[in-house]
Design a protein around this ligand. Sequence first.
Ligand SMILES: [Zn+2]
Length: 201
Amino acid sequence: MTFLSSWATAEEARAYLRGEQQKIDDRIAGGRRFVTAARRDGRKTVHEVTCPHARRYVDLDEALDYHIRNGSITLEYMIRHGLLPSSDGCRLMTRDEVELLTSYRKCLACAPDTLHQRKDFTPQLDVYRNQTKMMNSEQIGRHIYPLEGHYEGGRIVAITHTFKHTDITTDAGETLTFGHGSHVMLRAAKWTPPELTKENN
Ligand SMILES: [Zn+2]
């Protein structure tokens, strides 16, 4: 997000919004043709970016009008308080990224070609939350459920910490990368790979 001074003029704010809009348009042109909107119950609705119901999520002028109307505030107020919409708030996704969400509803109006009408994921009771940067060999063998990630997850076979992130490899052969602030869900019950069991015997 580009920095905008809280003393910016309306003209500067409009230029800033055009720049942020360009970033959104570039991402859409790059193939991210779905956008998610958070519902009141916290679930996500998936729209095509062209959906009339999704306009205020992909069009910053629409977003600005919405906030001004809905909050009974002025453009100047939004500038002073750093409330202008930005490209950061726009949740654009590819179809693959949509399917990685643990739960979603598809919009009935634009009916995007997602795999599910509605997808739900209820973590099991024996699943606990863990900060990725705190993970170590103790977690190898546990089933991982990335919070915003794969539905199935997988068993952890390797954990590598780097300066900026943590890479977790699963038995599905996937390596998931998490920033240091990330959390994942892990199943408490541990699974021992057959080859290790043999070695231990
Ligand atoms: Zn829609």
